[in-house]
Design a protein around this ligand. Structure first.
Ligand SMILES: [Zn+2]
Length: 252
């Protein structure tokens, strides 16, 4: 049976509601990713993580993956290169809230939004709060990259500053997941971010416009590899599935 929400027929969904199925909603974005990665990189990675997590969990918990949300919010700095579609944060919040509420009105109780796009973290936290306030059902916002970061950093060549936007991590993940869409000949030099200050964990300062990326990537894609991508992807999927198993126990 298909794990895709969109391939179900309406009566089949009643069965999934009865079984308290987990609904995974990958939230991507369309934005420039340097000269070497496609503009739908965030959507591809979010979709692949969600389907691998679903495949891994489905023998224990009924689960479905929704079609990936492909447009959201990006900082204006990324409009310096073609390919970036920017919805206002309020629009993204509304769209995600309405999607969750529609699922809840169908009877679903376990909803997990997943995004690898940093600009969506604050937005998805707000969605999780607003939906919970309005419905007394508690969707979760998952940031899978953070869950796999420790194991990625064990094999990363460029350190934490090398893996922001279209840097070592995303490029490695794409070399693992969709190598035909990556053009490594286009990356010739790193564009490291300024090192994080010791206060970084306690402050948020939107500085992408000040980083002055030359090529549209932030970090170091030159050292990316499919092997690193596989280590990161496997860690991300394992940790995300482990968390969601916990989430399902809490929402049984
Ligand atoms: Zn990205």
């Amino acid at each position: 049976m298909s794990i895709l929400f969109g391939e179900q027929k309406s009566p089949d969904l009643e069965g999934f509601v009865k079984d308290n199925a987990l609904i995974l909603l990958p939230v991507g974005q369309t934005e420039e990713h340097g000269p070497h990665l496609p503009i739908n990189t965030d959507s591809i990675i979010a979709r692949e993580i969600a389907s691998a997590v679903c495949q891994r969990m489905v023998s224990e918990v009924p689960a479905l993956v929704m079609d990936t949300v492909c447009t959201g919010y990006s900082s204006a700095a990324l409009k310096n290169w073609p390919g970036t579609i920017v919805l206002q944060p309020e629009t993204v919040i509304d769209a995600l809230c309405d999607t969750c509420v529609s699922l809840i009105e169908m009877g679903f109780r376990r909803i997990a939004m997943l995004s690898i796009h940093g600009n969506h973290q604050g937005i998805m936290r707000m969605v999780a709060r607003k939906v919970a306030d309005a419905t007394d059902v508690y969707p979760v916002a998952v940031f899978p990259i953070a869950l796999g970061m420790e194991r990625f950093l064990e094999v990363a060549q460029a350190g934490p500053e090398g893996s922001c936007h279209a840097g070592e991590l995303e490029t490695s993940l794409m070399l693992h997941l969709a190598p035909g869409l990556v053009d490594m000949e286009k990356v010739t030099e790193p564009n490291p971010l300024r090192p994080a200050s010791r206060f970084s964990k306690g402050v948020f300062w939107s500085t992408w416009g000040r980083e002055r990326s030359k090529h549209g990537y932030y970090g170091d894609p030159t050292v990316a590899s499919a092997e690193t991508g596989k280590v990161a992807f496997d860690a991300i999927v394992e940790e995300t599935a482990a968390f969601l198993a916990e989430f399902c126990k809490e929402t049984s």
